[in-house]
Design a protein around this ligand. Sequence first.
Ligand SMILES: Nc1c(NC[C@H](O)[C@H](O)[C@H](O)CO)[nH]c(=O)[nH]c1=O
Ligand SMILES: CC(=O)[C@@H](O)COP(=O)(O)O
Length: 191
Amino acid sequence: MATINKNLSDYDKNALPNAKHFRFGIVVSEWNENITEGLYKGAEEALLDNEVPAENIIRWNVPGSFELIYGAKKMLQTQKVDAVITIGCVIQGQTKHFDFVCEGVTQGIKDLNIQTDIPVIFCVLTDNTMQQSIDRSGGIHGNKGTEAAIAAIKMAYIREQATLVHDFANKNLLTSGAAQLGEGTPLELKE
Ligand SMILES: Nc1c(NC[C@H](O)[C@H](O)[C@H](O)CO)[nH]c(=O)[nH]c1=O
Ligand SMILES: CC(=O)[C@@H](O)COP(=O)(O)O
């Protein structure tokens, strides 16, 4: 389904996990800041709407979308976050630079998701025109920043649950390799 067939801002709050205890890093590109500020606003509002405390949202700015990769890497290495949202807007110019920036950012953020344990969300518009970017950062098609924040909440939850299951299994494996269910042993949420 293409963006024109769905509103990027639509989500069902009741279908989302509790996000109050999660910390989110948001790395924002300064290129096309009229767009990236709108994307950030959408992401921030969606996190706050889901009761994420303001102090649990850490924002860093970087010069351009290509620097989102390094900014996200240092954010997840140093800020004890449960997910990172990378926000950028790349618009086609006269040269092939657009292709290389878009490919580089896409591959770099993909690599972070493979090489680290923290989900990194791709909120980078790669548009042909400024109008397309306006339409997707709070315009007629909604806000991709909102979509990214909801994805960040869902992925932080998946990471939390996967960690619990992994730790539980490691602590309670029988010689057979089956997980031993202790009598009334509650799963303790990791700090
Ligand atoms: N043209 C756009 C850029 N270009 C700059 C690069 O992202 C990068 O900052 C530079 O090559 C130095 O490493 N960045 C965007 O975010 N959006 C553009 O449209
Ligand atoms: C994505 C870009 O770097 C691009 O907007 C720069 O414009 P140009 O290709 O005209 O140099």
